[in-house]
Design a protein around this ligand. Structure first.
Ligand SMILES: Nc1ncnc2c1ncn2[C@@H]1O[C@H](COP(=O)(O)OP(=O)(O)OP(=O)(O)O)[C@@H](O)[C@H]1O
Length: 413
């Protein structure tokens, strides 16, 4: 195995190390050696031991140097994302470096989750993980994903004219189809927001960033409430409900619909308390009548919410049809049990009335702002691109800035 000879621990070994540490897979029930040592991994899907085929025991990941990094397109909490060219196939991909900063025990949980969930997914509205590649050191593991030209957050920040209602419907239908697929496969995303929605130049919307995603089972097990970016966080999470379900993603989808229709974030809270206040201002104060578990939620032991008796969605969206308002209200049901499912939302008459959702192929294409150097009218001369770039040796920020500035501005179709 070429990579092994170069001293790069193969990925399956790194997985084994992480899984041994994280899942406490030290001894099996009979006191034998850990399963991982005998060529087994714990399956993330079933939780059962899964045999590693002999040919894969040493790993068979490609080396990251086979990818030519073009420019940095995003940096999040869990990794840096580059646009890159696969020198073997000449295809353009997104390369996400798994952040390992605080990790001494192998892959961080977020990376493991993202890889395992994405490997299990196959749907046109979920970003496609093509493969995992490795760098020279233990710190370098990269996810190779299909490249999407836009993320919705940068697009919303930069577009000249907001999406039309027909385009908003087209986007939301795709988000809901992706969510329906995830939820039917017992996956809850837990960090749905506009920056985690990608769009290709063919108008295909893809849910991305599965670093917080989890499989859920029945009965629903407790999960940490500190998930979902504040502005998209549901009231049950803010009020520290012990269990959370797919309905946290549905609430976030409601916030995204509101943001697309209103052309600005719907509930931009500055703190958890402020977030709750904004929700109450928009939807009215919840009560045990509409949400039976409400008054027993842990956070309400420390404070009470102000009394606001009105639902102000109609005031906020005065031009929206009755079907549109019904859909928003269904997405924003306080009681997670009564909240719409993604599947129910797809049946909404809002998507069947004019303006009808446009066909994804009819979505306009947009300038690729993430690949452009800000404020640069005259791009600098091209750097020498002869060598395949190695993540250990190149000065990425400098090269990325140069490369980014070379990308031609596309115009609206
Ligand atoms: N497949 C892709 N194609 C194009 N751009 C992508 C792709 N994946 C991620 N990006 C870009 O990189 C950004 C960060 O990626 P991602 O959200 O996966 O990282 P993260 O560290 O998990 O972020 P966060 O802090 O939001 O959790 C995205 O907002 C998007 O702009």
């Amino acid at each position: 195995m070429e990579e092994f000879e170069r001293g790069i621990p193969p990925l399956s070994k790194r997985f084994k190390r992480s899984i041994e540490k994280k899942d406490g897979n030290k001894e099996n029930e009979n006191g034998g050696p850990p399963l991982a040592k005998r060529g087994f991994l714990m399956s993330f899907v079933t939780g059962e031991p899964m045999e590693i085929p002999e040919k894969d025991i040493l790993g068979r990941c490609r080396f990251v140097a086979e990818f030519e990094k073009l420019n940095r397109i995003g940096e999040g909490t869990y990794g840096i994302v580059y646009r890159a060219r696969d020198t073997k196939t000449d295809s353009i991909v997104a390369l996400k470096k798994v952040r390992m900063e605080m990790e001494r025990d192998g892959l961080p949980l977020s990376g493991l989750r993202e890889i395992s969930v994405l490997l299990a997914c196959s749907h046109e509205n979920i970003v496609h993980l093509k493969e995992v590649v490795v760098g020279r050191s233990l710190e370098s593991i990269f996810l190779v994903m299909e490249y999407c030209e836009q993320d919705l957050a940068s697009l919303l920040d930069n577009m000249q004219a907001p999406f039309t209602e027909a385009q908003v419907k087209c986007i939301m239908i795709q988000v809901l189809k992706g969510l329906k697929y995830l939820h039917n496969n017992f996956i809850v995303h837990r960090d749905l927001k506009v920056s985690n929605l990608l769009m290709t130049d063919k108008g295909c919307v893809k849910i991305a960033d599965f670093g917080l995603a989890r499989w859920f089972g029945l009965p629903v097990q407790p999960m940490t409430p500190k998930v979902v970016t504040l502005w998209y966080r549901s009231p049950e999470l803010l009020l520290q409900a012990k269990t959370q379900t797919t309905s946290v993603d549905v609430w976030a989808a409601g916030c995204i619909l509101g943001e697309l229709l209103g052309h600005c974030p719907l509930l931009p809270g500055r703190s958890e308390l402020h977030q709750l206040e904004l929700i109450v201002d928009l939807l009215g104060t919840p009560s045990d009548n509409i949400w039976p578990e409400y008054s027993s939620l842990p956070a309400l032991a420390n404070f009470t919410l102000k009394n606001q008796p009105y639902n102000n969605l109609k005031q906020r969206f005065p031009w929206l049809s009755a079907a549109g308002l019904r859909l928003l209200n269904f997405l924003f049901m306080y009681d997670p049990k009564k909240r719409a499912t993604a599947e129910e939302c797809l049946q909404s008459s809002y998507f069947k009335e004019p303006p009808l959702p446009c066909d994804p192929k009819m979505m306009p294409t947009f300038p690729q702002h993430r690949n452009m150097k800000k404020g640069s009218a005259n791009p600098p001369p091209p750097p020498n691109l002869d060598s395949g770039l190695n993540d250990q040796t190149m000065n990425l920020p400098a090269i990325n800035d140069l490369l980014g500035s070379l990308v031609k501005k596309r115009t609206y179709d």
